[in-house]
Design a binder for this molecule. Structure first.
Ligand SMILES: [Zn+2]
Length: 276
């Protein structure tokens, strides 16, 4: 080996090592978990249940309690995929028995139970993983109106200091100006379905507002009620019905409206937990 070929061999091995490390970075990026969710503990509260159907869409045979639960299961899976340490549901938890009585796989109450607001908050407060409580509580709802044309998204907060920032993050905006336009995370990224959304094609909005719910006021962690979409809206009803299998599922290969809602909630949770 001459000095010259020796140098070339050295350069070749350096180049090979560089390529390998570049490939490793690319591979890590492809399968990387979002740092903000790694190790985080999330409680999801599917609104209503049991005899309390929530809002309904009679045209499409939809009950809010079922749709909330479906979105909750989808959100849980998305959060786990992004590295959350633990995700609890105030009702449900065992998808092998959706709608059934409480079984050992359910986190707190059965899928179709209707715990009180206090019981939901207490369930969230009781979560402890390695001595650490839940980082955030997201209560999932769909709104209702007697006017089938109405559709917008919003979130509610209870205590300003505890809840307001999480409510805005899940809504998809800053608490203070500048507003984020077009939206990049949270419920505001949902597509408009009735042609009356924003100029960039996303759902109409109502700014987050204060609401005295026991779920929000009695929980210890930042908590938000997400009024995701109007189940009573004609076009939302059509889309929700198209994505509804009759039972909650964790992942919707058709990327239905429920999956979209879960994705938008996931990005809002992610945004909040990245800075809290
Ligand atoms: Zn509701």
């Amino acid at each position: 080996m001459t000095a010259r070929t020796g140098l070339m061999v050295m350069w070749a091995s350096i180049l090979t090592a560089m390529l390998f490390s570049l490939a490793a970075v690319i591979a890590a990026g492809a399968g990387a978990q979002t740092l903000s969710l790694v190790g985080k503990i999330v409680v999801i509260d599917p609104g209503h249940g049991g005899n309390d159907f929530g809002a309904t869409n009679r045209t499409y045979g939809l009950e809010e309690k079922e749709q909330n639960l479906d979105v909750a299961y989808k959100l849980r899976e998305l959060l786990y995929r992004e590295g959350a340490a633990a995700v609890y549901m105030t009702r449900g938890g065992d998808l092998s028995n959706p709608g059934g009585a409480k079984d050992p796989g359910d986190d707190f109450y059965a899928d179709d139970a209707n715990p009180s607001n206090t019981q939901r908050a207490e369930a969230a407060n009781s979560v402890k993983v390695n001595g650490k409580g839940a980082d955030i509580l997201v209560s999932i709802h769909m709104n209702g109106s007697t006017n089938p044309d109405v559709d917008y998204t919003t979130t509610l907060f209870g205590k300003w200091r505890k809840d307001k920032e999480s409510a805005y993050a899940i809504f998809g905006d800053n608490v203070n100006p500048p507003r984020i336009n077009p939206p990049t995370y949270g419920l505001r990224t949902l597509s408009a379905v009735n042609g009356k959304g924003s100029s960039w094609g996303t759902i109409a909005t109502r700014d987050p507002y204060s609401y005295a719910s026991g779920v929000l006021l009695k929980s210890n962690m930042p908590a938000t009620i997400a009024e995701t979409v109007f189940i009573t809206n004609n076009e939302e009803g059509k889309r929700l019905a198209a994505g509804w299998t009759g039972k909650p599922v964790q992942y919707d290969p058709n990327n239905g409206r429920q999956q979209q809602i879960a994705e938008s909630l996931k990005t809002g949770v992610e945004d909040y937990l990245a800075t809290h």
